[in-house]
Design a binder for this molecule. Structure first.
Ligand SMILES: Nc1ncnc2c1ncn2[C@@H]1O[C@H](COP(=O)(O)OP(=O)(O)OP(=O)(O)O)[C@@H](O)[C@H]1O
Ligand SMILES: [Mg+2]
Length: 251
């Protein structure tokens, strides 16, 4: 990729580099996720996928390079800035709080309050109502929105994380291995969620080790190896064997 990102790009970077001590996690990475598409990022363990994601959404500060959002140069100083701009992230290590309920997790740091004279009180009934509506929009089933998330299955927890990310009307949802360690049915539910997001014109960046999954769900696949982007392919035009060869370097 040369010059500015294309006009279809919603989230992009150019010449991104990042090292941790002696490890070069990213070397001169240029990437773009297009508006309304599902963009997959694949690569072996340690290839730099999560570091790329974390740089794009303001968790890590790159050593070098530029980040673009919605056509403008826009480095995010922290995840809150990225979130305010409309980028929500489901990180590889889930960020739910076990001891809080489903509702409390969904409204963490964005509680609904009602004013009573000089007081700002939590509007619990409103949050419960809205939580049920958010879950039902994405066809997510949990025993109760008042259940502590500690009691939910891995797939339900994953769905809650995704629900929290998309519940606020994000333009871009970034998911780092959303189905790793999930069962067959739970994986199918999360995949259905991703399809629904795409139908709702939300742009998705999907990091996954599951090559069949990325071929099924994504429009375009970016392949990383040892901190570099080594290939970009159209999902409809590639095969599992080609992806394996690109990821391992046998191609
Ligand atoms: N906070 C950190 N401190 C030190 N090294 C790090 C840190 N984060 C990542 N690295 C290193 O950077 C390289 C890329 O890591 P990254 O987590 O981006 O890989 P990944 O492609 O997401 O791998 P995986 O598929 O295992 O999740 C690895 O060598 C890793 O050890
Ligand atoms: Mg990772």
């Amino acid at each position: 990729m040369s010059g500015e990102p294309s006009s279809e790009a919603i989230l992009a970077c150019k010449g991104l580099s990042k090292h941790f001590g002696g490890v070069r996690a990213l070397s001169d990475v240029s990437f773009e996720a297009r508006r309304g598409e599902v963009t997959a990022v694949i690569g072996d363990n340690g290839a730099g996928k999560s570091t790329l994601i974390r740089c794009l959404v303001g968790v890590n500060v790159p050593d070098d390079g530029e980040i673009f959002f919605d056509g403008r140069r826009h480095p995010f100083a922290n995840p809150d800035e990225a979130r305010k701009a409309g980028i929500e992230t489901v990180h590889q290590n889930l960020s739910l709080i076990d001891e809080l309920t489903v509702v409390q997790n969904l409204f963490l740091n964005r509680e609904i309050v009602r004013r009573v004279g000089p007081l700002a009180l939590l509007d619990r009934p409103a949050m419960k109502r809205e939580a049920r509506a958010m879950l039902s929009r994405l066809s997510i089933n949990v025993p109760s929105v008042s259940a502590r998330v500690r009691r939910l299955s891995g797939g339900q927890r994953q769905a809650i994380s995704i629900c929290r990310a998309v519940g606020s009307g994000a333009k871009v949802v970034v998911m780092d291995e959303p189905t790793a360690a999930l069962g067959v049915q739970e994986t199918a539910n999360v995949e259905a969620l991703i399809r629904r997001l795409r139908e709702q014109a939300v742009s998705v960046v999907l990091v996954s080790h599951n090559f069949d999954q990325v071929r099924r769900l994504s429009d375009r696949i970016w392949v990383m190896r040892a901190g570099r982007v080594v290939a970009t392919v159209q999902s409809a035009e590639t095969t599992g064997n080609e992806l394996v060869a690109l990821v391992t370097g046998a191609a």
